[in-house]
Design a protein around this ligand. Structure first.
Ligand code: ATP
Length: 196
């Protein structure tokens, strides 16, 4: 069998990427969660390269010192580019290896919050965008992430590409506005992707 087609699944914070990905997983689709996997790599094979670039304070007891790293890269484009140049290629290689382990499936999904913002959607065959109204997304995040202030939620949303711009790049759009039924949209898309 040929390689599976690689399909990105993205959407802004609170759009429901994780929930929709779980529905695809129930239908048997392998899911690569890029954000979780990046964290795992950062706390394993990337420890040495990150310490070489940012110094020994980057880790505390083998776990990334997020506050320290955030301070290094916040508002500093060059340092952020250095961090990205370590993390992004490692995730890309890890994803490629993972795709090779899933050769017997028609398609695989790569879930990530910033597929569009980082441009990594360009390396994928297809792109699914999950969309939901702004206010509904704010309410979901308020309920799910009680530790976040309203200002923080709004700041994250403002830093992400708008749904409109993401939809323009999408091959498929899933509407998660809680009035359109979600499961039939996922089942229909799964069938389309299996028949590619
Ligand atoms: P993030 O970018 O923060 O990871 P996400 O896009 O992955 O967000 P989810 O975590 O899937 O979003 O959803 C956000 C919250 O909204 C979760 O608590 C989820 O259970 C809830 N939610 C999402 N879609 C629906 C829905 N259709 N009906 C009810 N609750 C929903």
């Amino acid at each position: 069998m040929n390689k599976p087609i690689t399909v990105g699944i993205t959407g802004g914070i609170g759009s429901g990427k994780t929930l929709v990905s779980k529905l695809f997983a129930i239908l048997g689709t392998p899911i690569y969660n890029a954000d979780n996997r990046a964290k795992e790599l950062i706390n394993s094979v990337l420890i040495d390269p990150i310490i070489s670039a940012f110094g020994s304070e980057s880790y505390e007891k083998g776990v990334l010192n997020r506050a320290f790293i955030a301070k290094q890269v916040f508002g500093n484009k060059e340092q952020l580019a250095v961090l990205n140049s370590i993390v992004h290629p490692a995730v890309a290689i890890d994803f490629e290896n993972w795709v090779n382990l899933n050769k017997s499936t028609e398609y695989v999904l790569k879930e990530a919050a910033l597929l569009v913002e980082t441009g990594s959607y360009k390396q994928l065959d297809k792109l699914i965008v999950i969309t939901a109204p702004y206010q509904l997304r704010v309410e979901r995040i308020r309920e799910r992430d009680t530790f976040r202030s309203n200002e923080e939620i709004e700041k994250i949303m403002a830093s992400q590409t708008s749904d409109k711009a993401k939809i323009e790049l999408a091959d498929f759009v899933i509407n998660n506005d809680e009035s359109s039924l979600l499961i039939p949209q996922v089942v229909e898309l799964d069938q389309k992707l299996r028949q590619h």
